[in-house]
Ligand binder design. Structure first.
Ligand code: GCB
Length: 592
């Protein structure tokens, strides 16, 4: 009986699918703002006798319900719940959200409910019926709610649960705050019945004279004409979809190439007989040649920084265009042409802003230490997260690297899973490079050898090394030698140490938690970098101090990871200036 019931439940869950690309370019009703919420730590609202998703109201004299969305508390969407209410700072559990809105569905049109992200599991109900479920805190999800909407007032109820799980991605422990809630934008998108579902429009791999890719049209029952207009390139291209609604494209073109110095974006218009959509797209190539990374055929040094999706002054998740401008503005001020979006896909404003500002990006899924690689569900979950990340961001020229993971422990099950994921990502997007950050290197005397077998499957190797912090210096920094048997480009994807802003002490003692110690550590790192010929980029850990429940030092940390070059108020620590000068030198040497 139990088994039958379970099977029935699984069969009826609608998993999120990628239904409509480029939400910003569509006809949308934005559902951001104030949502009524019920905090439900024991998941009482899921039980059969008072399911909250039904949003029932008492009618008879002896009727009552032990919940109500009316006269209850509200939370702002987008936004995490932890930074909005003191009683939810450490909360890990369920919150029910409700929003009502007016809507007039038109015959023949589609309506899609689109969430930028909700951490970690979201169950979505529309007018008392399940629209679908989604697992994963940092990627978008969408449901077709055409059949659930009605004319007049409509309601959406979302159950969000951020309990940590052993078989989740990320798993049980990680070094950042488990911000819960509907943390990103919510939109109701309306399209014609026959509409442009998705498209991939970039330069062909290693070819600056062809724009290539595909357009996917949904709801058509036969071939139909698709046109692509790029007015500034005088391109008016037409083609036809096949029986599956797909049109492959290949257009001879000589666009001005997108680069950090000239982040040129073209307006690209895609049209069918019934639908049209436009967005700004840049064109560039990215490739590996020996141990170099080449942007538009020229070697580039990636002057980078790691950024968490957090505004330190607010101690909360970043979610807006203004937040993106602040975080990426800091990166520019440091002299960066590159950002590693750690450790998960950030909100879409970050990626679009980077496209406009000319900042190259590394984007990764939150496959962070402690993952259950021997559990077969992990590959399926990881591939779905790759799908969702790549589906959303594949047209952003800023993105050059898809990252599969961070700091995984070498094991056969790990290698098999990550190899399958690499193949999956390459099939989805053959134009970009695949990377991963790992911390398994071999130390012998003054020599560090990159020996993790994961390097075999990557285009670019990312090494997190904490020499001077978690690992003592085995030799003088300038005497360190790095060996690269895999002969691939290396990005030093993490390095750094902790310092409390404004706290001064010994430059030689880590436990001084002083700006001087962190500054000296950066001087030493830079001295070492100058002798690594195959080093193609550096991303210090990390732009700004960030909240972490495992940082328990009561005087200096107080629940914050203090490895920021900026403090929790955004003030520059001494180490900031060491990186700034290093990047100035790199820029002046024309070593981009
Ligand atoms: C790492 C992790 C990063 C941590 C950092 C640290 O290696 O990749 O997520 O926050 O070290 O500060 O220990």
């Amino acid at each position: 009986m139990t088994l039958l019931f379970t099977c029935f439940c699984i069969a009826t869950v609608v998993q999120a699918q990628w239904l409509v690309a480029n939400i910003a370019g569509r006809n949308t009703l934005n559902l951001n703002g104030s949502w009524a919420v019920i905090v439900d730590p024991f998941n009482a609202g899921e039980s059969n006798w008072k399911p909250i998703w039904k949003d029932q109201h008492a009618t008879g004299a002896h009727d009552f319900f032990e919940y109500a969305f009316d006269n209850t508390i509200t939370l702002q969407v987008p936004g995490d719940w932890n930074s909005q209410r003191n009683d939810l700072v450490y909360y890990e559990g369920t919150v029910w959200y409700k929003k009502t809105f007016q809507y007039q569905p038109q015959p023949g049109q589609h309506s899609f409910l689109c969430f930028g992200g909700a951490n970690y599991i979201a169950d979505v109900y529309c007018n008392g019926q399940k629209a679908g479920s989604h697992e994963g805190g940092f990627t978008p999800f969408q449901f077709d709610v055409t059949h659930l909407l009605k004319a007049g007032e409509n309601e959406v109820i979302v159950r969000v649960n951020n309990q940590r799980r052993a078989d989740a991605i990320p798993a049980l422990n990680y070094d950042w705050w488990n911000y819960g809630g509907i943390t990103r934008d919510v939109d109701l998108v309306t399209t014609p019945g026959n509409y442009i579902q998705d498209y991939f429009i970039q330069l062909q791999k290693n070819d600056t004279s062809h724009i290539a890719g595909w357009v996917q049209v949904a709801g058509s029952n036969g071939p139909q004409k698709v046109s692509i207009h790029i007015p500034d390139l005088h391109i008016h291209y037409t083609t036809q979809t096949n029986a599956a609604g797909r049109a492959n494209i290949s257009i001879a073109a000589h666009p001005a190439l997108w680069s950090p110095e000239h982040p040129h974006l073209y307006t690209v218009q895609i049209a069918t007989a019934t639908d049209t959509v436009a967005e700004a797209i840049g064109f560039r190539t990215i490739a590996v040649k020996g141990t170099e990374i080449e942007l538009n055929g020229q070697p580039i040094f990636l002057r980078g920084i790691n950024i968490h999706e957090q505004i330190p002054q607010r101690a909360g998740r970043a979610y807006s265009e203004t937040d993106a401008a602040m975080l990426l503005g800091w990166a520019k001020e440091l002299g960066c042409n590159f950002v590693r979006l750690t450790h998960y896909p950030h909100n879409e404003h970050m990626v679009r802003m980077a496209d406009k500002m000319g900042i190259l990006l590394w984007e990764e899924i939150p496959l962070w230490q402690g993952i259950q690689f021997s559990n077969p569900v992990i590959l399926a979950k990881a591939n779905r997260l790759l799908d969702e990340m790549i589906e959303r961001d594949k047209n952003r020229s800023a993105i050059i690297l898809w990252s599969l993971s961070n700091e995984t422990t070498p094991a056969e099950s790990r290698d098999t899973t990550l190899s399958a994921m690499a193949a999956h990502a390459r099939a989805l997007d053959p134009t970009r490079l695949i990377t991963s950050a790992f911390n398994h290197v071999a130390y012998k005397g003054n020599t560090v050898t990159i020996d993790d077998s994961l390097s075999k499957i990557l285009d670019v190797v990312g090494v997190n090394e904490y020499i001077g912090w978690y690992t003592p210096w085995p030799a003088k920094p300038e005497a360190m030698v790095w060996k690269n048997p895999f002969n691939k480009p290396l990005i030093m994807s993490e390095f750094g140490g902790e310092a409390l802003y404004g706290h001064h002490g010994s430059k030689d003692t880590a436990s001084s938690w002083s700006e001087e110690y962190q500054e000296q550590l950066y001087k030493n790192q830079v001295a070492m970098f100058k002798n690594i010929p195959f080093l193609c980029g550096t991303t210090p850990w990390v732009l700004a101090d960030f909240r972490s429940p495992s940082r328990l030092q009561p005087v200096y940390q107080q629940g914050w990871n203090r490895k920021g070059l900026l403090s929790d108020k955004g003030y520059k620590k001494k180490a900031w200036y060491i990186m700034r000068v290093f990047y100035e030198e790199k820029e002046q040497n024309n070593f981009n």
